[in-house]
Design a protein around this ligand. Structure first.
Ligand SMILES: [Zn+2]
Length: 381
């Protein structure tokens, strides 16, 4: 099957703003103590509004970048690049989240590499469903079905259940964090996750619309963590059971909503014909930035961190793919020198966050525990 790889087709008007982000983010200010004993990591007794950084890696098979998604025969040689990256995380004091998919869990060697890190307490292991290679496979694998949210609910549930059990068995702990392959989650999948005991999802990409590719539209999603449980994954529901922690996307301007409106306008005629959007992006006048070393320079990622940290208790989520940790396995890292540059971008960005912003490292589960504790504390007041 020939489908396009995670193309960010276009962005749309988003009503979120730093002001909205401030009110959402501040809801976690006092949340530092454990809500219960389920969190695996040691959280510091930090009740300040210091910003949080979550480093997430979609940990999966290589060979996805050529426009082909295979049901069988996938290889996970790229996982051998994880220990070098983990060493960097250990030096930085970062505890990353490896969101692993079926081919990784099915591979003894890849699982052993991750299992060793996990057993030492160096990471969180979460779940990453690629529907096309995640048992049970009972669908026609095409462009539409590559998004989990386009499958029948029963099949979504069966795939998530299969991988949840496989990860539990491999790593000795039931996963509580999730990201859908190709960010293909909607409220149906979110409900399934909550029913299966998941505490947090990170499939939302704010300011991004995949609907032209028959995927989800996150154009109106909040850019800071929020509870979901209503009728729309992009709408906060105060009593929801699942915490959504979006991947960090924003602009180099303080008002994200104004920037989004401007960029959306520039994408339409007649501005589109003048290519003003690209000119403004390259000239740094108005630039959309994703917190990913695959798609942004260290300078741009630091700018995005600046914008996010204008709100107290900001939560930032960096993401990239495990295949970028081995030269030649992703389009972003071609050779050894590019791998060094790639790791250097991660280090420079994380150090800036930790030192200049007095930020702290968290996992997805950590943030879910913190937010739940805050909600419980607030309910008692
Ligand atoms: Zn993936």
């Amino acid at each position: 099957m020939a489908v396009t790889r995670e193309t960010e087709t276009r962005t749309v008007l988003n009503s979120s703003s730093p002001q909205q982000g401030r009110s959402i983010a501040s809801s976690g200010q006092a949340a530092s103590s454990r809500a219960d004993g389920e969190g695996q990591s040691e959280l510091s007794d930090d009740s300040s509004d210091r910003p949080r950084l979550i480093v997430t890696i979609d940990t999966e098979e290589e060979g996805l970048w050529g426009g082909r998604y295979r049901m069988t025969g996938n290889t996970v040689e790229n996982i051998r690049g994880v220990p070098r990256f983990q060493s960097l995380c250990d030096q930085l004091g970062i505890r990353p989240v490896y969101l692993v998919d079926a081919p990784v869990v099915q591979d003894d060697r890849a699982s052993a590499i991750l299992g060793e890190i996990h057993a030492a307490g160096g990471c969180e292991i979460g779940t990453h469903v690629h529907p096309w290679c995640n048992p049970p496979i009972d669908e026609v694998a095409d462009q539409r079905e590559s998004y989990l949210c386009n499958l029948p609910e029963s099949l979504q549930r069966a795939k998530i259940e299969w991988l949840t059990e496989a990860i539990s068995e491999r790593f000795g702990k039931r996963p509580v964090s999730f990201r859908a392959g190709r960010y293909g989650l909607d409220i149906t999948g979110a409900r399934v996750l909550a029913e299966l005991g998941y505490r947090v999802d990170s499939s939302v990409i704010p300011f991004t619309d995949y609907s032209a590719d028959r995927g989800p539209d996150f154009g109106n999603a909040p850019w800071q963590p929020y509870w979901v449980g209503g009728e729309d994954l992009c709408c906060a529901a105060a009593s929801g059971k699942l915490l959504e922690v979006p991947v960090s996307v924003g602009f180099n301007r303080s008002s994200f909503s104004r920037a989004m409106r401007c960029q959306s306008l520039l994408g339409k005629a007649p501005f589109r014909w003048l290519r003003l959007e690209g000119i403004l992006d390259r000239s740094q006048v108005l630039k959309r930035i994703k917190l990913s070393p695959e798609q942004a320079t260290a300078r741009d990622m630091k700018t995005l961190i600046d914008r996010y940290c204008e709100s107290p208790s900001a939560v930032l989520v960096m993401m990239f793919h495990s295949s970028s940790l081995v030269p030649g396995e992703s389009p972003y890292v071609g050779d050894e020198s590019e791998l060094e540059e790639f790791l250097g971008r991660i280090a420079e960005t994380c150090r800036y966050f930790l030192e200049s912003k007095a930020g702290v490292s968290r996992t997805l589960e950590d943030v879910a525990v913190e937010r739940k504790a805050f909600r419980l504390a607030a309910a008692r007041v």
